[in-house]
Design a protein around this ligand. Structure first.
Ligand SMILES: Cc1cc2nc3c(=O)[nH]c(=O)nc-3n(C[C@H](O)[C@H](O)[C@H](O)COP(=O)(O)OP(=O)(O)OC[C@H]3O[C@@H](n4cnc5c(N)ncnc54)[C@H](O)[C@@H]3O)c2cc1C
Length: 434
């Protein structure tokens, strides 16, 4: 996805490039064909509902003349509000455009090293081959290259019941003098019921067989913890030690801690709640937690095979490696999540690589845009707790206070305003290239 988009953008800037694709010479555990831009699972590029965050990202890409978004239009099949595509037509359109482009040389071979004397975009995805992963580990430091994603759910802060959840950090040890966490207290009965429900919840079928087996001990899914013993969660992510509920003056039996997301406005992460439950099951199960009965989920928990770098420790907002600016990362390996997010970072890397090659000034995408916000997130989030992200409104900068107040009671209008601002900034940015 990202590699095809990047190559196309470089060629569109009038430059030549080589695109390496190891299939069919070497397979991945998920791809089934030798086509470029193969959608490995769902055929949905998410919502086309106007003024939604996934729509905004796609609209920005369309305005930047994305090849893959153009192919998606050709391949569109009925899918309600979502942009769903016929995966064969989609991959065929992209493959044909790349193969017919005289500025792109497509080499069907495995890349195993990163050249010192060339501008390189690494866009080898969540299933990057082993030899190249080793090379990336050497370049970035192996401790900054991850092979599994353990994503915990994120809820909209406005949907948390603050008459139940209380602010505090364990033993009053706050990082900055404020109370860092929101804490949802459970009594014994609530905890027992929660454990029973987690144990009975339906799991996501695994895409890749080995996914189920090799969880890192440090990021076990909560249902695996629950299976290990009824008290395990209470001694793990739900431990109540050092916390006192101000309403009862006592330590709760168990606690779910919510951490404010760094760089993501208005959202909280359920700490240590990575899991393998189906998304509707997660909504049902987590709404049993006191304080989260009406919570709106911005992202659900997941654990899956995913090769990605600790981008905030390594990348600039232009997706260049800080220590080697001629090397860019794009797609899932750069720390974003999802097809369209991968396309977007491919487009960014393609534009900036072309600027670097032409010795033009490299200008990051505006922070107000969805594309710029993705890049700001991957390069600027907290490197200690880094988790890949899909596009959501909480990645975009908040509106200024008067505008926010004006639309205080109208979330739809707020989102429309964020989209309007993003597209205006994008058009200004694009105008410089015109
Ligand atoms: C099993 C699975 C299911 C997923 N399902 C979804 C989903 O339903 N919806 C969604 O939005 N996202 C999904 N994702 C996440 C992600 O959005 C996709 O994986 C997306 O394809 C990532 O785009 P990419 O360009 O980063 O990588 P890819 O599209 O995987 O492209 C990377 C390419 O690099 C090639 N390659 C790897 N190593 C080398 C090498 N050393 N040399 C040469 N070529 C190499 C691969 O063959 C591949 O063609 C899924 C991921 C996985 C693994």
């Amino acid at each position: 996805m990202a590699g095809s988009e990047a190559a196309w953008q470089i060629a569109s800037a009038g430059l030549n490039c080589v695109l390496f694709e190891m299939r069919p010479v070497r397979a991945t555990p998920a791809h089934k064909t030798d086509q470029l831009a193969e959608l490995v699972c769902s055929n949905s590029l998410k919502s086309e509902g106007e003024n939604s965050a996934p729509w905004l990202l796609k609209e920005e890409l369309r305005r930047c003349d994305s090849l893959l978004l153009r192919a998606a239009r050709e391949a569109r099949v009925p899918g309600g509000q979502a942009l769903t595509v016929d995966r064969e037509v989609f991959a065929r359109e992209v493959s044909r455009a790349i193969e017919e482009n005289p500025r792109i040389e497509l080499r069907r071979e495995e890349a195993t090293s990163i050249a010192d004397d060339a501008i390189t975009i690494v866009a080898t995805g969540p299933l990057t081959s082993g030899a190249l992963a080793e090379e990336i580990g050497r370049l970035t430091g192996s401790e900054r290259l991850f092979f599994y994603d353990s994503i915990s759910p994120i809820v909209d802060s406005e949907s948390i019941d603050l008459t139940v959840a209380f602010r505090a950090s364990r033993y009053g040890k706050s990082m900055d003098g404020t109370d860092d966490y929101l804490n949802c207290p459970l009594d014994r009965e609530q905890y027992e019921r929660f454990v029973d429900t987690v144990l009975a919840a339906e799991a996501v079928p695994s895409h890749i067989p080995e996914d189920n087996a090799r969880f890192f001990e440090a990021c076990l899914p909560i249902e695996e913890l629950a299976r290990r013993g009824r008290e395990t969660l209470r001694f793990g992510p739900m431990k109540p030690m050092g916390l006192e509920d101000p309403r009862t003056g006592r330590r709760p039996y168990a606690v779910v801690q919510l951490r404010q997301e760094n760089l993501r406005a208005d959202s909280y992460n359920l700490v240590g709640f990575q899991n393998h439950m189906r998304f509707p099951e997660q909504a049902r199960v987590f709404r049993m937690i006191p304080g989260l009965e009406r919570s709106e989920f911005l992202r659900y928990g997941q654990i899956h095979r995913n090769t990605y770098i600790n981008a905030p420790a390594l990348l600039m907002p232009t997706l260049q490696l800080r220590t080697r600016p001629a090397v860019f990362f794009a797609g899932q390996i750069s720390g974003v999540e999802g097809y369209v997010e991968s396309i977007a970072t491919g487009l960014v890397a393609g534009w900036h690589a072309a600027e670097l090659a032409s010795k033009a000034e490299i200008r990051a995408f505006p922070r107000e845009t969805a594309i710029g916000s993705l890049c700001a997130y991957v390069s600027g989030a907290d490197a200690r707790n880094y988790q890949p992200a899909n596009i959501t409104f909480d990645l975009l900068p908040a509106l200024d206070e008067p505008t926010r107040l004006r639309f205080r009671h109208d979330k739809k209008a707020r989102h429309a305003e964020v989209c309007r601002r993003a597209l205006e900034k994008l058009d200004e940015y694009r105008a410089i290239y015109a």
